[in-house]
Write a protein that binds this ligand. Structure first.
Ligand code: NAD
Ligand code: DAU
Length: 373
């Protein structure tokens, strides 16, 4: 992998859209993956999609209900429940696909601190199983049996670690600091090795903190919106001055599709957000939109190893021709309103195992919390 040393403007168009094109989207029942699937099928250009998803606590077929309700889109869509770490689930699907877009991961940093194992199984073994299937399909393509599949690994700015100053660019060394980001960095390294060793047609995107409709309520924005709707305490870690760069989910999904079609093989592309903000400022915006008081906010014990700031340089993606479309103010208003209008969606998730998770993650923290100033 060339780590961004390649001229940023190099651009090719991969024939991965339109009648006959077939994408395998792993993790397509989750937050960003389902947005990607809805956007691509909703364009009605003939592209077909197979989703492979394990349906962990984070995945839900409800995220794809709009597709099933539309006969034209449903005809170009298939859902397979399965595990990317299981070759028996993966191999037959990769046989017939033009591209694999891998969203599948355990995605929550706090859960990786409580229970790291599943992060490694999916993030390392799972990525390896997908790459092996692509390697075999690429070898068959060289024998003339088919065209070689393209592989896109959806990664994260967290692989760069905490960025106290400046911005990360694609050639920076990786410095992950949580089990989640270490597993993601391992996935990126595996992709790099398969490009160099086997000549795989593969790319990596590294997206910023993403928000929007359908996000699991374990993450900051949906957790605080849904807690505030119920007048429950909002557990702000530490001083709340950590900084994140917020990216709307439709921009993240759109940029991934853009890189899939226009990115050069072997390259990494950062996908920055549109608004770098402290967590305190994000919470202020949420509470204003909801009409709820700051007194709901509680200062709780910090996340261990909490990364202080993420910020990426987006010059390479911009040179390829991509621009985010959704300003933070409009995106956050849409998101808050979506959660207000879709209580059934998130109340179903905040039941069952949710209470155990919430007690483990927040019970002692909230018991020892103080009113945030
Ligand atoms: P999510 O947790 O909402 O969805 C993950 C999906 O993957 C779920 O549908 C889950 O069922 C599925 N999955 C998990 N393990 C699987 C396995 N072994 N086999 C098949 N399916 C499996 O996650 P998300 O927020 O949509 O993130 C998607 C991807 O984007 C992840 O790879 C994540 O690391 C990356 N990312 C997320 C963000 C963000 O802010 N959410 C930002 C940058 C990158
Ligand atoms: O930056 C990209 C990453 O963004 C993705 O790779 C991850 O999959 C995604 O979960 C997200 O990671 P973060 O850890 O940044 O997101 P989270 O929503 O968990 O937290 C955002 C910030 O809010 C972070 O500084 C921790 C803080 N926070 C979070 C929760 C859940 C709180 O203060 N209180 C909370 O209860």
């Amino acid at each position: 992998m060339r780590d961004g040393a390649e001229p940023a403007g190099r651009r090719s168009v991969h024939p991965l859209a339109g009648p006959g094109a077939h994408l395998l989207v792993s993790g397509g029942a989750g937050f960003i993956g389902s947005c990607f699937v809805r956007e691509v099928l909703g364009r009605r250009d003939g592209t077909r999609i197979t989703v492979l998803d394990k349906l962990t606590y984070a995945g839900s077929e409800a995220n794809l209900a709009a597709i099933r309700a539309d006969p034209e889109q449903a005809g170009r869509f298939r859902f397979v429940r399965g595990d990317i770490a299981n070759p028996a689930d993966v191999d037959p699907l990769v046989e017939t696909t033009d591209a694999v877009v891998n969203f599948a991961a355990e995605s929550h940093v706090d859960r990786s601190i409580l229970d790291p194992e599943a992060f490694l199984t999916t993030g390392v073994i799972g990525v390896h199983v997908l790459l092996e299937a692509c390697r075999r399909a690429t070898e068959r393509a060289r024998e003339g049996a088919r065209s070689a599949p393209r592989y896109l690994q959806v990664s994260t700015d967290e692989v760069y670690g905490s960025v106290e100053q400046g911005r990360s660019w694609e050639g920076d060394p990786l410095a992950p600091r949580s089990p989640y980001s270490a597993a993601k960095a391992a996935g990126d390294m595996l992709v790099r090795s398969y490009v160099a060793t086997y000549g795989l047609d593969a790319l990596v995107t590294r997206g910023a903190n993403t928000y929007g409709p359908h996000q699991h309520p374990e993450k900051l924005i949906p957790l605080f919106v849904t807690n505030a709707i119920d007048d429950q305490p909002l557990p702000l870690y530490g001083d709340g001055l950590q900084r994140r760069d917020w990216l709307h989910v439709a921009d993240h999904a759109g940029a991934i599709e853009f890189v899939l079609r226009h990115g050069a093989s072997g390259e990494i592309y950062n996908i920055p957000g549109s608004a770098e903000m402290t967590n305190r400022d994000v919470v202020t915006v949420l509470l204003e939109r909801l009409g709820k008081p700051w007194s709901l906010v509680r200062t709780v014990a910090d996340r261990p190893g909490h990364d202080r700031r993420y910020a990426m340089d987006g010059g390479k993606l911009a040179a390829l021709g991509w621009q985010n479309r959704m300003p933070f103010e409009a995106g956050i208003a849409e998101t808050v309103d979506w959660f207000r209008a879709n209580e059934g969606w998130w109340r179903a998730i905040r039941s069952g195992d949710w209470d155990d998770y919430y007690a483990r993650q927040y019970g002692a923290r909230l018991a020892a919390s103080t009113q945030a100033d």
